[in-house]
Ligand binder design. Structure first.
Ligand SMILES: Cc1cc2nc3c(=O)[nH]c(=O)nc-3n(C[C@H](O)[C@H](O)[C@H](O)COP(=O)(O)O)c2cc1C
Length: 303
């Protein structure tokens, strides 16, 4: 059975990756995750300078999901290269750098720096973080900016360039088309959904930033609908993300139009989830008589 996934002229060994921000820089999960079975590791966001992130509490559990407002806390590109890359480059799975910034220049500087000092498999451009004041979501909600930013980064690398979309827009298909027009090789779909939890005794939002990003089972139907819509708008591959806990969740995404998936919040419940999901996809494909992931394409919505 062929489980490889083609993106931008390269191939991922299988369709199940670990989502940015939920697996750190890999070493944190060394004893818990079998990296030989992981389709790809998407790193925590990398910015130009180190960032402390937002004040605590910045994670709170809700009924069917997790609210986070980490605010892109990360070591910055220089320490990523000296402290994190030496470990990451030894992993047997593809490692994709998740890139963030406050403005297009910062994104470009980070990609240029990583091009010069690492051999990452590719880049996932996070234009969709709801938890920072500048950049992030403000970049990801304007089609003209998305197209221009994607084109700038396209000129800096021949490696796979994946643009990560936010669901917090009126028309996600419009943003998807802009990223494709700018030269993106694939789209990650979706980042977290804006949400809030209120402490009824203190009578104020639990998280100091007030709103935060919702992930986990609650957002799966939003993610599946987003992938379905985006599938009708672009021809490049889509990586489905949002609330994937079980193999059936991933299969829904693959039938909606995704070529690959990422598992995020589920890693906090059980770090072995990606390999369990891969096994479940494989047995579903065997039951259905599928011989490659392309067999899913027959069920996709038409352009
Ligand atoms: C604690 C936490 C940190 C995250 N950090 C990032 C990040 O740095 N960059 C990014 O693109 N997405 C980040 N995300 C979003 C996830 O990669 C993913 O898109 C989202 O959580 C939805 O998937 P899930 O429901 O499987 O968790 C983060 C999510 C969580 C829960």
């Amino acid at each position: 059975m062929d489980l490889s996934v083609k993106i931008g002229g390269k191939a991922l060994p299988n369709p199940v990756g670990a989502a940015s921000g939920t697996i750190g820089y890999g070493s944190e999960y060394e004893a818990l995750v079998d990296y030989r079975t992981l389709g790809a590791l998407y790193t925590k966001a990398i910015t130009r300078e180190p960032r402390e992130g937002n004040p605590i509490p910045r994670i709170v559990e809700t009924t069917a999901g997790l609210l986070n407002s980490i605010g892109l806390a990360n070591v910055g590109m220089e320490r990523f290269v000296t402290e994190k890359w030496p470990y990451l480059k030894t992993l047997p799975c593809p490692v994709i750098g998740n890139i963030a910034g406050s403005d297009p220049e910062e994104y470009a500087e980070v990609v240029s720096f990583l091009e010069a000092h690492t051999d990452l498999w590719g880049y996932e451009i996070n234009i969709s973080c709801p938890n920072v004041k500048k950049g992030g979501i403000t970049i990801g909600t304007d089609p003209t900016t998305v197209e221009r930013l994607t084109r700038t980064l396209r000129d800096l690398t021949t490696k796979p360039l994946i643009v990560k979309l936010t669901p917090n827009v009126t028309d996600i298909a419009e943003i998807a088309r802009a990223a494709e027009a700018g030269g993106a090789d694939a789209l990650s779909c979706i980042n977290t959904v804006v949400g809030m939890a209120i402490d009824i005794r203190k009578k104020r939002p639990v998280i100091p930033q007030k709103t935060a990003g919702l992930s986990g089972p609650a957002i799966k139907p939003i993610g599946v609908a987003a992938v379905y819509r985006v599938r009708t708008a672009v021809r490049i591959p889509i990586i489905g993300i949002g609330g994937i806990m079980e193999p059936e969740d991933a299969i829904e995404y693959l039938l909606a139009g995704a070529t690959a998936v990422q598992v995020g919040t589920a890693l906090f419940v059980d770090p072995r989830t990606p390999s369990r999901i891969l096994k479940g996809i494989t047995s579903y494909m065997a039951q259905e008589g599928f011989t490659s992931l392309e067999d899913f394409h027959r069920f996709w919505p038409q352009w």
